[in-house]
Design a binder for this molecule. Structure first.
Ligand SMILES: NC(=O)c1ccc[n+]([C@@H]2O[C@H](COP(=O)([O-])OP(=O)(O)OC[C@H]3O[C@@H](n4cnc5c(N)ncnc54)[C@H](OP(=O)(O)O)[C@@H]3O)[C@@H](O)[C@H]2O)c1
Length: 392
């Protein structure tokens, strides 16, 4: 059987681009996917072609084209889809650059700095009939598919409440002020970087999986990192209106000062609890890459599952992780699941991902805008701008 091949271009060869491209190298057959293949055919750095070339060597794609500007990458006719992996402050400019050039786009989270920018990207993708997806990789994990099925199957009854937390004690004062985690010029702070995963779990259990999902309302509290004005402790209470079942509540929390998993051994318990009238589903591990689930029903049933993420066999010497935290040999990071989704969409002519529609991405951006408004957190005008092109 001939395989459908997707030719990837990587825009912004930073930390997550390296992790993503390393996952693309893994043979899809290792995860039971036999009809597609991924190839990195080009990468671009905004600073130099040699930086892009070094990146390509690292990710075992030395034959791919290395560009010293993003403009050259988007003009490459050999590229099917571009993975935008720059800081969120720059996503609007860079994703728009790709769409304007006629390229399909997978854009890192948070989609953009604000909802208006997301709206305009969606409009442009529709106008040009291109595929566009926010790279919320967690949505495409088999574990997430299972969690959504638990909700839609009714096994835990109508879901009434979801708790979800993603907090890392990467104390803000330990970052250099210019780092994207804290720097307002790069849309830094816990909310857009980590909080979006807590929101992902609240949304995929109380919105994506509901029959006639309605946008929620939110009340929130946000504590800033005084030195720079980005957020370090943010808590959100969302109310999802439902006609027949009554409103559902989602509690999404995030922080750069406390941890979801203080001893890094999972002793603190699940980072996500999805609670229905007849039981609950607990999710263990960081909200972006959870690995275990426990289903507890009121009738005493308890089902635990481990969701191992298969990667390249140990014999290949290939490993993956983020920021130097390598997964065990033979284990992948799991970003290939979203890449597979992009491949199938391109093959089948779909223009968005199946597990997070563009309209849902937009609703989530609107919620984050509102949380920032309530907390008085603004970013510099330049990165909130909808003007294109704009030099940031
Ligand atoms: N899915 C995940 O698990 C995950 C994990 C971490 C991060 N992310 C997301 O991925 C994006 C990038 O994060 P990262 O950790 O990979 O960042 P990073 O290591 O700092 O890399 C970002 C890259 O963007 C390019 N860039 C272009 N303009 C820039 C500017 N003004 N300042 C800094 N970099 C600029 C740089 O490459 P050149 O200048 O050479 O082109 C840089 O290497 C963020 O939106 C983040 O939220 C996702």
């Amino acid at each position: 059987m001939s395989k459908f091949q997707v030719k990837w271009g990587i825009l912004g060869p930073g930390g997550i681009a390296q992790t993503f491209a390393r996952d693309l190298w893994v043979d899809p057959c290792t995860r039971g996917v036999n009809d597609i293949e991924h190839v990195v055919v080009a990468a671009a750095s905004s600073s130099s072609a040699s930086r892009a070339a070094d990146f390509l060597k690292e990710v075992r794609a030395p034959e791919a084209k290395a560009y010293g500007s993003y403009k050259e990458l988007v003009a490459d006719p050999n590229v099917d889809i571009i993975y935008v992996a720059t800081p969120h402050s720059h996503h609007y400019q860079h994703a728009m650059l790709c769409l304007e050039a006629g390229k399909n786009v997978l854009c890192e989270k948070a989609f953009t700095t604000n909802a208006k920018q997301t709206e305009l990207l969606i409009k442009k993708a529709k106008e040009k009939n291109l595929f566009l997806m926010e790279a919320v990789w967690t949505r495409y994990f088999p574990l997430s598919i299972y969690a959504r099925e638990i909700v839609t199957s009714g096994r835990i009854g109508p879901v009434q409440r979801t708790f979800a937390d993603l907090s890392f004690p990467d104390l803000p004062e330990n970052f250099d002020d210019s780092h994207r985690m804290v720097n307002p010029d790069l849309a830094g702070g816990a909310l857009l970087d980590l909080g979006i995963y807590a929101l992902t779990w609240v949304f995929q259990t109380l919105y994506t999986t509901q029959k006639d999902p309605q946008p929620p309302t939110v009340v929130s509290s946000l504590r800033k990192y005084e030195k720079l004005g980005s957020d370090q402790l943010t808590s959100m209470l969302l109310t999802f209106p439902r006609k027949d079942l009554g409103d559902a509540h989602g509690i999404a929390t995030t922080s750069l000062r406390i941890s979801s998993d203080p001893d890094s051994k999972g002793t603190a318990g699940p980072s996500i609890r999805i609670q229905g009238e007849t039981g609950e589903l607990q999710i263990f591990g960081p909200a972006f890459r959870p690995t275990n689930t426990r289903l507890i029903l009121n009738n005493g049933t308890v089902e635990t599952k481990n969701w191992f993420i298969p990667g390249a066999p140990e014999s290949t010497g290939w490993k993956n992780g983020f920021g130097g935290n390598w997964q065990a040999p033979g284990e992948g990071q799991g970003m290939f699941y979203e890449a597979d989704e992009c491949a199938y969409a391109l093959r089948d002519g779909r223009k968005e991902g199946r597990f997070e529609s563009l309209s849902e991405s937009l609703v989530i951006m609107q919620i984050m805008d509102e949380v920032r408004r309530q907390g008085g957190m603004t970013y510099p005008e330049k990165i909130e701008s909808i003007e294109f092109p704009l030099d940031l």
